[in-house]
Design a protein around this ligand. Sequence first.
Ligand code: SF4
Length: 414
Amino acid sequence: MAAQTILQKLEILADAAKYDASCASSGTAKKNSLGGKGIGSTEGMGICHAYAPDGRCISLLKILLTNHCVFDCHYCVNRKSSNVARARFTPQEVVDLTLAFYRRNYIEGLFLSSGIVKNSNHTMEQIVEVARILREEHDFRGYIHLKTIPEADAEIVHQAGLYADRVSINVELPTDSGLTRLAPDKDARQIEGAMGKVKSDLVEAKDARKRFKHAPRFAPAGQSTQMIVGADAATDADIVGKASRLYDNFRLRRVYYSAFSPIPDASAVLPLKRPPLIREHRLYQSDWLMRFYGYKPSDVMQATEADGNLPLDIDPKLAWALKFREAFPVDVNRASKEQLLRVPGLGVKAVGKILASRRHRALRLDDVALLTQSITKVRPFICTVDWRPITLTDRADLRSLLAPKAEQLELFAA
Ligand code: SF4
């Protein structure tokens, strides 16, 4: 067989990496090459592939080192039993591509993952070698996110953290039974053990840098993980519960949710249909509520429907408010920050502005309307000096009044 060109390998290995959603490069230390030192920067704009939580668009070269794999995870296009074209980069080839793309301003960094070749340690060493060459031989200061392999020795994973801005280990599925069924070579205890080790490395490195200015940095953008949604029977309540435990136990920066998408040459044990993409969106919204709005996982679970899933037609914050109407209306001029954050339609920024403005004067409904995209959504849940919803909060048809209207798609829309 003729040797593959770099372009052919890139085509295969960039396509094979597209199923991994966990690549937003948020929260890293700022580095740049101003003053002619080094190459690359974690700041700036380019081709967009991922979004940070602050809305910033990040461009990353997102590839696999190889899509050969000795594991057989049913949901993965790269599993050993999958009949797909295979390719493999050398570490030097990935380095050359990263630098070439960077110099052309196509990317701001590298997201590198891999199938497992030979064994976990060998693969992890190759991944680390890419980052080492970039950092040590080229003084590359762009963003590097390395996907780490939980079965690899802790010392090699530690090396990855010394070069990368972020490391991640995918938990893959929300329940242990789902993992056993769909990823028979993986072990939930091993995955969480590896995440626990990364967490202690992060804590140690932070402490060391407080004491010694030149102590080595370790994954300054922290660790993240990804869960596949809709490949097994796990409900949104299961997923939210798992995400919350992961945040608490491993101090994760992010949990990414990736709606399962049918893959070429799919295994027969997988569902034939993908879950609606809006389900992934509702999970991100609930994640946001837990991280920034003070909701406990139990609050989000209370917003689920009888089948354990979040409603698709309304967001989880509105779903919670409709179930717990006795908590409303809240008086915008007196309510605590926590109470205001529960009002559907009021974001963290709007609540901050309300708290600041009401120190100077009593707020009217028009004042609140200036802070929200939809005062219709807010009105049933608040009082102001000139507004009281009276019976609106308790109306039986409030959900249908507030749910976004279904839109007729245009037949000839571009
Ligand atoms: S170990 Fe990773 S690359 Fe290999 S089959 Fe499983 S998910 Fe796919």
